[in-house]
Design a binder for this molecule. Structure first.
Ligand code: G6P
Length: 612
């Protein structure tokens, strides 16, 4: 969702960085892009609807050249996908602004600015920032920092902004409230970006801004920074470990394909903490032993795919650790009257660590006195882990495809590790059982590699799915969240309408939809509910539905008319949901290929959802 870049480069053309950085932020999801560069004593702007490449071509044709500039990929919220709505927004040729987030009181601000004589060219909330800063800038004798400070004091909502002025050749002002923004430091060049992927081709030295920060930047770094209390502050500079190769496609056609295939490695890397360090609370933070000892229940808050990993985690936490666990969609929780329990551990799960609803849900829980929090997150130093008492990072590496794959399975590894850790602490998992769990984890990457070998068979199924308009996914027990994730993947990237149900619910409604045009995917490994699942499948067959069954060798399924079966190599015990996620990911990926949709950048969706 909206990406921001900006730079002050003493010796180089800023356009090279802006376009490269915006391309690296494309994965966040966007529908238009633009740059504004100070060229001599004016601001030159180029904006285009569609891919960044179109905008870059236009900028090159125009010969845009300068040493200070800002850029943006826009994911439309206020106003349609049009060039006038694309960022940067400019006020009076004097001030240019890029913005990620939503200014909630923009209508009042727009009315106020209109009464001051400002006219609006777009339907965006962002244009009020440009006019508001310009208004203050002219009033205060062209002090850019003070102008942004005064303007921000008027805004309610979430924002990360970058601002330049046509008559300031050396400085840029940035501000952050609720949306991600970092500053990166090169050799006589300073960059800003929504995330580190945009800058690492240029520098690895970064500092994340905190909520409420306003900073004045020049080519040598941060000239001045005030925190949310208006106090001078410094932000720690860190060296990013993100590898450039993780942002490149390599031999793959799509990032989603690459990321599906990276799962054996990502899972092994994530499991390492438990394989090397045992199922010990310290893996989650130095104070975790004490925190875990004092909790009586767990609440997990998340969105999208991360929510489905939470649903899976609930099964493990209740069956292995015997701790009551409740899972809630973050955007619902944050607006609900909640009965607070200070002895409850609040877990947030997020690939990006920046999802606004998850962040706000955590803050809401904390405001109710729920002080014990753990974040399971993939992006180092992102907002959620920084706000949480405890953290364990998934080690999936950069996930670029909008539809989450390796982040999901690595989140499951952490949740499983947490369940065993708590189970041990609470006396429900003995040494021998812990060793058995360790062995299951150790074997998992190899088993997943075997599932990858089923790709040609799954791709053949995908051809059939590509012709359909609807699909049902069924699972029971701990495999029900896998069905949910399978349906989500399919709808996200192929636009086929897909729904998931616990198989036992079939006859309470969805069975009415079943006919020969409704493919029904069943997750049916050999577990205690298998016979129940088989009975549910009979209900589908009897109505002429076509079944596509993912089972393991022990499930004893045979193919028959209208019943297709793909068998995973063997049953992997408690970790079966992780294994059975791979086939549904591959099914969606190949169905997208067959339908010609862009699996990496599905329409209307964004990778990092930093607005409500
Ligand atoms: C977006 C992404 C999903 C992701 C969800 C939650 O919708 O497209 O892939 O699952 O946000 O994101 P998070 O970063 O919090 O896991």
């Amino acid at each position: 969702m909206c990406g921001i870049v900006g730079a002050i480069r003493a010796h180089h053309n800023v356009v090279d960085f802006l376009t490269d950085g915006l391309k690296r932020l494309e994965y966040r999801g966007y529908d238009s892009s633009g740059i504004a560069v100070q060229t001599g004593n004016k601001i030159t702007r180029v904006r285009r609807v569609g891919r960044v490449q179109l905008m870059e071509n236009a900028a090159r044709e125009k010969g845009v050249h300068g040493h200070i500039g800002i850029g943006h990929t826009r994911w439309a919220t206020h106003g349609g996908v049009t060039e006038p709505n694309a960022h940067p927004h400019i006020s009076g040729g004097l001030i240019a602004v890029v913005h990620n987030g939503i200014i909630e009181n923009f209508e009042e601000e727009r009315a106020r600015l209109q009464s001051l004589g400002y006219t609006f060219e777009s339907q965006t909330d962002t244009e009020v920032i440009a006019h508001s800063v310009k208004h203050e800038y002219e009033r205060n004798g062209h002090n850019l920092f003070a102008a942004v400070e005064a303007a921000c004091a008027r805004f309610h909502g979430a924002y990360a902004i970058g601002v330049i002025a046509d008559d300031n050749h050396k400085e840029m002002v940035v501000a952050r409230m609720g949306c991600p923004l970092l500053v990166a430091f090169g050799n006589e060049e300073t960059f800003i970006a929504s995330d580190v992927s945009a800058v690492i081709a240029f520098t690895r030295n970064i500092a994340c801004l905190d909520d409420g920060d306003i900073a004045l930047l020049n080519a040598n770094g941060i000239e001045k920074l005030l925190d949310k209390n208006g106090q001078a502050a410094e932000r720690k500079v860190k060296v990013s470990e993100l590898s450039l190769a993780s942002l490149e496609l390599g031999p793959y056609s799509h990032f989603m394909q690459k990321e599906i295939h990276e799962q054996p490695r990502a899972i092994a890397d994530t499991a390492e903490v438990f394989l090397d360090g045992g199922f010990e609370p310290e893996n989650f933070g130095t104070t975790a032993r004490e925190v875990f000892a004092g909790i009586d229940s767990i609440k997990i808050l998340a969105c999208g795919t991360s929510y489905y990993s939470a649903l899976t985690g609930k099964y493990w936490l209740e069956s292995i650790a015997k701790i009551p666990t409740d899972v809630e969609i973050a955007s619902e929780y944050r607006y609900r009257d909640v009965i607070a329990n200070p002895k409850q551990l609040v877990i947030t799960i997020s690939q990006s660590g920046e999802t606004l609803d998850t962040m706000e849900a955590l803050k809401y829980a904390q405001s109710l006195g729920q002080t014990h929090s753990l974040s399971i997150c993939n992006v180092l130093e992102s907002a959620l882990p920084r706000e949480s008492e405890l953290v364990l990072y998934t080690r999936a590496g950069a996930e670029i495809g909008v539809a989450s794959t390796k982040a999901f399975t690595t989140q499951l590894v952490v949740l499983f590790g947490l369940a065993v850790t708590l189970g041990k602490m609470r006396g429900h998992v003995g040494e021998e059982q812990a060793r058995a769990y360790t062995e299951e984890l150790r074997q998992l990457p190899g088993s997943i590699q075997h599932v990858m070998n089923l790709e040609p068979q799954i791709a053949a199924w995908a051809q059939k799915f590509a012709e359909k308009s609807n699909a049902l996914f069924l699972g029971r027990g701990i495999h029900y969240p896998v069905a949910l994730e399978g349906a989500l993947k399919l709808k996200e990237i192929t636009y086929i309408h897909a729904e998931a149900y616990p198989a036992g619910e079939l006859k309470h409604g969805p069975l009415a939809l079943v006919d020969e045009n409704m493919p029904v995917v069943v997750i049916a490994p050999h577990d205690k509910l298998l016979d129940k699942v088989k009975a549910n499948m009979q209900e589908v067959s009897a109505r002429g539905g076509e079944l596509f069954v993912f089972a393991d060798l022990d499930s004893n399924f045979t193919e028959s008319e209208g019943v297709h079966v793909i068998r995973t190599p063997r049953h992997v015990g408690d970790l079966s949901p992780i294994l059975h996620t791979i086939p549904v990911q591959l099914l969606s990926y190949h169905a997208a290929l067959a339908r010609g949709t862009d699996g990496d950048k599905p329409r209307n969706l964004a990778k990092s959802v930093t607005v409500e």
